[in-house]
Design a protein around this ligand. Structure first.
Ligand SMILES: Cc1cc2nc3c(=O)[nH]c(=O)nc-3n(C[C@H](O)[C@H](O)[C@H](O)COP(=O)(O)O)c2cc1C
Length: 220
């Protein structure tokens, strides 16, 4: 059975650090036999939710941009990888706009009580990648909470996260072999792993390019 992985790059910077990590993760998923697709939100127009509340009665978002194309892919895929830089302690605006637009799914599920996948039992899983320039460790908590709530709405199990801090300049992640290796491994394991635990596997590579500290474990 074909397993489809959708990668969503949410950095405004092409060839940036989260971009390079998601490419690695998708290579890992592909090596595990999945069919992969990468979209970069910066190449699309997906604006924020305008809170018109039309979706609360229709279950559909009336705004006219590229969101329906992305939504179709989000619903069709079996696995999702979101890669976002940390911007002001949270996800990028590109990621946040997409997440907000999924309010129409929230409306379908919780207001209209319509199943997302009628008559289907889906095993959907997701991986989160996030890169930050500074030392603070709390910023990944903000990213995690936002993404976790989104994945609940998408009916996806959050199985892993890769967090790397103190990486700032475009492409510096290439000097961080452990991050590239972990992205590849987690991408592979997204497709092949059993993920029976309720908590995601969280890999934190903190310490930047010098004195890397690898911290791994279950969290949040
Ligand atoms: C608008 C903006 C906001 C940022 N906010 C943070 C922040 O809150 N915490 C932090 O550690 N780094 C912050 N950074 C640094 C980026 O997270 C860092 O450069 C990261 O490597 C960018 O990843 P990318 O190359 O995938 O875009 C910010 C950068 C920009 C441009």
């Amino acid at each position: 059975m074909t397993r489809r992985v959708l990668g969503i790059a949410a950095s405004p910077r092409a060839g940036g650090n989260s971009d390079l990590l998601i490419q690695q993760a998708l290579a890992g998923a592909e090596s595990a036999g999945a069919v992969v697709e990468l979209i970069a939100l910066r190449d699309l127009t997906v604006g924020p939710c305008e809170e018109c509340d039309i979706c609360l009665t229709s279950g559909e978002c009336p705004l006219d941009d590229d969101f329906p194309k992305v939504l179709e892919k989000l619903l069709a895929c079996d696995y999702l990888i979101l890669a976002t830089p940390v911007f002001f302690m949270s996800v990028s605006a590109y990621a946040k706009a997409l997440i907000e637009r999924c309010q129409c799914l929230w409306a379908r599920k919780y207001v209209l009580r319509q199943p997302l996948f009628p008559g289907q039992q889906r095993d959907r899983r997701a991986m989160l990648i996030s890169v930050a320039g500074t030392k603070s460790e709390q910023m990944f908590e903000c990213v995690t909470l936002t993404v976790k709530y989104w994945l609940d709405v998408l009916e996806m199990k959050h199985v892993s996260s890769l967090f790397v801090n103190q990486i700032d300049a475009r492409g510096d992640i290439l000097k961080h072999p452990a991050a590239l290796e972990e992205a590849l491994r987690l991408g592979q394991s997204l497709v092949t792993g059993h993920h029976s635990a309720d908590k995601p596997e969280v890999v934190r590579l903190f310490g930047g390019l010098s004195g890397e500290t690898a911290l791994s474990g279950d969290d949040l």
